[in-house]
Design a protein around this ligand. Structure first.
Ligand code: 7TS
Length: 410
């Protein structure tokens, strides 16, 4: 991987913040966009803009082609069997809500259980809590060990005949720890339950093969993988999506709406994936996502993973030598993606992030929408988080460590 060449593709990386070179270590929140993605969205609006699937004119056909090509690129990227299994949504949050409100509310009732891990982002907790209140089913939580790794024994022991779906992130957005979702999917299936994988932090960084994982659902966001905001994916196995009710009603998700005097209104749903894409979708967002997928594939997901691992290993070794820095969670780089949660002694997480910002370094502070993991497992109110991507360098890590040391000395 030629990092310097890659960096040239990202216009924002050459800007200064507070008179310092920008060091962007907030990739778990959202990633920067390469010129190729920016150009593809610009080209869409400049040359091909029209609505999809509804016009017979040239521009509508071009827009539809670009939109569907993006779906096929995404399908191949996650190794789904067919493009019909790739539903475009706003992002991970909407994808999980779609499953909870459609599959959840029509398949779960009083006495049923949804099994979720304590390390989940709120978007894999709150939709289940909300729908559980409506549908009368219970959300059960599997423990996470003090080092932030999943307690597989506890997770597996909480499965019973009542469990109808297990929901687990493949990579934690706080610790970067990689979960063996394939193993949990097998246990779920042995109990007749489905497996939902939150891939928000895994799809951008690892090779994810939905068929190999045997995931029933996979949710992820375009903006965390070099794509635009407002576009994401719900993957679902075709036979499951076929049986589900639509999430929203409107244009494009229906085949026919007929009124007759005896039976009132009768509606037949459109084919997959359009049944779940009511209204005008984020066409340009999908085009940008397709281009982002192409970019990631050109660099190579294995290369990206190795680069991040090397960077994380280097950063962890250097941070361990900073007496004022506390590292949270497991520091075993083999089970991790490029996310490092930390605190600076004597400073709140927001103070640390603000001081780093003075030096042009962007990290996230707070509880990263994972309050149960912070409070119940890591016993923290909040933390700082440095998260890497393909364009980050060892020189940036050196500068980050240098500044952290200065903060400690002050
Ligand atoms: N799941 C995980 C594991 C996430 O990290 C996030 C976003 C989401 C779901 C929600 O994704 P969205 O695109 O729908 O918002 N995580 C973060 C984060 O860690 N900092 O900002 C957003």
């Amino acid at each position: 991987m030629d990092i310097q060449a890659i960096r040239q593709d990202f216009p924002i990386l050459s800007r200064k913040v507070n008179n310092c070179n920008l060091i962007y270590f907030d990739n778990a929140a959202t990633t920067q966009k390469p010129r190729q993605v920016i150009d593809a969205t610009n080209d869409f609006y400049s040359n091909h803009n029209a609505n999809v699937h509804r016009g017979v004119h040239t521009l509508s056909l071009e827009a539809t082609d670009l939109y569907e090509q993006a779906r096929e690129k995404t399908q191949k990227f996650i190794k789904a069997k067919t493009p019909q299994e790739v539903v475009f949504v706003k992002g991970t949050t909407e994808a999980i809500n779609l499953v909870a409100y459609t599959w959840g509310l029509s398949n779960l009732c009083k006495g049923d259980e949804v099994l979720v891990s304590l390390m989940e982002h709120h978007s894999n907790i709150v939709p289940w809590e909300l729908t559980g209140k409506i549908g009368g089913f219970k959300v059960k939580y599997a423990n996470v060990k003090n080092d932030g790794t999943l307690d597989y024994d506890d997770f597996e022991s909480k499965f019973s005949a009542k469990t109808k779906i297990a929901c687990l992130s493949q990579v934690s957005n706080v610790t970067g720890i990689i979960n063996d979702v394939k193993r949990v999917a097998k246990v779920a299936h042995d109990h007749g339950a489905l497996m939902l994988v939150d891939g928000a932090q895994s799809v951008p960084h690892l090779v994810v093969d939905v068929q190999n994982l045997d995931a029933d659902f996979l949710a992820f966001s375009g903006h965390k993988m070099l794509g635009p905001t407002g576009i994401g994916v719900l993957y679902g196995k075709r036979e499951i999506l076929e049986k589900m009710q639509p999430f929203e009603g409107g244009g494009e998700m229906i085949k026919e709406v007929e009124f007759n005097q005896s039976s009132g209104c009768s509606i037949s749903w459109n084919d997959l994936p359009y049944k779940f894409e009511a209204g005008t979708p984020n066409i340009c967002g999908a085009v940008g996502l397709g281009e982002a997928v192409k970019y990631l594939e050109t660099v190579g997901m294995d290369n990206i993973f190795c680069h991040e691992k090397e960077l994380t290993s280097y950063a962890l070794e250097r941070l361990k030598q900073c007496s004022n820095v506390i590292l949270h969670g497991s520091t075993d780089v083999n089970g991790k993606c490029g996310i490092i949660p930390f605190s600076v002694k004597g400073l709140t997480s927001h103070d640390t992030a603000l001081i780093l910002d003075n030096y042009g370094i962007m990290v996230r502070s707070g509880y990263h929408c994972a309050q149960p993991l912070h409070q119940q497992v890591l016993k923290l109110q909040s933390s700082d988080r440095a998260s890497f991507y393909l364009y980050n360098t060892k020189a940036e890590v050196d500068r980050f460590v240098e500044v952290l040391k200065e903060i400690g000395a002050a």
